[in-house]
Design a protein around this ligand. Structure first.
Ligand SMILES: NC(=O)C1=CN([C@@H]2O[C@H](COP(=O)(O)OP(=O)(O)OC[C@H]3O[C@@H](n4cnc5c(N)ncnc54)[C@H](OP(=O)(O)O)[C@@H]3O)[C@@H](O)[C@H]2O)C=CC1
Ligand SMILES: O=C(CO)COP(=O)(O)O
Ligand SMILES: [Zn+2]
Length: 350
């Protein structure tokens, strides 16, 4: 008897467009949620759209929790507040940090949540995964995805340009994430989904093909990037894993977050990581040239200098990235220092 069961959890409504944050209440009223909303946000997004959102929900007495760092402690603070204040559902408003925290808290509480991204900075704003550092490791935890995503292209287009280029680079890194996934399938027989891998690769390809239309301040750019982030989030939902969008380049980035916290944005770090892991997969004449060209075309960093880190930090992150989690990638059981220096210098990263 065939006994496999797959649960593919996806957002129910994705609303992308000019001024849609003003329609948040209307969108929420369509969802199976009731009671007081708990707004999980961070300082800048709160300044930008917090008052408008609170005004829309004034009759439901909204509560606001502002988080400054992504941590399990912040998730617990949100859970405690939701319980103490009798919240009925959560609204994650901001970049990846508050959206991730709202996602994990709502999953724990068994409540729905809505994602209201103010930055198109990575695909966590739509996915059913939370990514949280703890000590020397980085957890990629399953959590129910948002019931709805309300992405206001006016807000996203007015966000700092580098947040959008970070989102693009996170998508471009899908190329190497899928290479690592295929490798792990071949060598370790890990669970693999052709549908998910194909969707992830196609999403990266379509974004690169649209690179000429992705420009600062253009709402159409925000629209293109959000669509790509949604598509990548769906690929992760199909796989029930971040594998289609997170390989060795993500391990490298997560390690940078530990060694040089706050130095650069997640998407920018994975982009630079992707140049180097593409080299490891394909050698000197391989696809790393295409990845670097694609990153350059959307103004994303391609060197350690542009990330604001030094060469030695790159080497340390490369040689220790395999320890971040039990996920087989092209890094195998670790790179030697000389091999790390070689890949970083041949690709022009250092
Ligand atoms: N679930 C997943 O799959 C993934 C989750 N992540 C997690 O997401 C986080 C990183 O996401 P990221 O979006 O870069 O981080 P943040 O949410 O910290 O946002 C980055 C910066 O942009 C600011 N910001 C947000 N929106 C705007 C805006 N419209 N205008 C001006 N500034 C704005 C934030 O302000 P402020 O300082 O006030 O917050 C912050 O300084 C990490 O916690 C990471 O672990 C990363 C990748 C994938
Ligand atoms: O950033 C991600 C996909 O872009 C996922 O990251 P994790 O693998 O840490 O969950
Ligand atoms: Zn990512």
């Amino acid at each position: 008897m065939f006994e496999k069961t797959t649960w593919i959890k996806l957002p129910r409504n994705v609303v992308v467009g000019h001024g849609v944050v003003e329609e948040l209440r209307e969108a929420v009223d369509e969802l199976p949620v009731t009671g007081r909303p708990l707004i999980v946000t961070s300082p800048t997004p709160d300044d930008m759209v917090g008052d408008s959102i609170r005004a829309q929900f004034a009759d439901a007495e909204p509560i606001t929790v502002t988080v400054e760092t992504a941590s399990f402690a912040a998730v617990e603070r949100v859970i405690d507040t939701a319980r103490a204040e009798g919240a009925g559902y959560l609204l994650g408003v901001g970049g990846g940090k508050p959206v991730d925290i709202a996602k994990m808290a709502s999953d724990h509480l068994g409540m729905g949540f809505v994602s209201v991204p103010t930055a198109a900075s990575h695909d966590g704003i739509v996915s059913g995964r939370g990514s949280v550092p703890e000590g020397d490791t980085r957890h990629s935890v399953a959590a129910d995805p948002p019931l709805a995503v309300i992405a206001d292209t006016e807000v996203l287009a007015n966000a700092p340009w580098e947040l959008t280029t970070a989102g693009c680079a996170d998508i471009i890194s899908n190329y190497t994430a899928v290479k690592d996934w295929r490798l792990a399938k071949r060598l370790k027989n890990v669970e693999f989904s052709e549908y998910s891998a194909a969707l992830s690769e196609m999403t990266a390809e379509m974004l690169v093909d649209s690179a000429d239309s992705i420009k600062p301040g253009l709402e159409e750019s925000a629209w293109i990037v959000v669509k790509a982030l949604v598509s990548s989030g769906v690929a992760m939902s199909i796989a029930s894993s971040s594998r289609p969008a997170s390989g060795a380049e993500h391990l490298f980035s997560h390690q940078l977050d530990r060694i040089a916290p706050g130095a650069a944005l997640h998407g920018h770090q994975v982009g630079v990581g992707s140049i180097m892991t593409a080299y490891l997969h394909g050698g000197k004449d391989g696809e790393w040239h295409d990845i670097r060209r694609a990153l350059t075309s959307i103004d994303a960093p391609t060197t350690a200098d542009e990330l604001g880190i030094d060469g030695e930090t790159v080497i340390e992150a490369l040689t220790t990235a395999h320890r971040i989690r039990d996920r087989y990638t092209i890094l195998g059981d670790g790179m030697s220092e000389s091999a790390a220096r070689e890949v970083a210098s041949v690709t022009g990263v250092i």
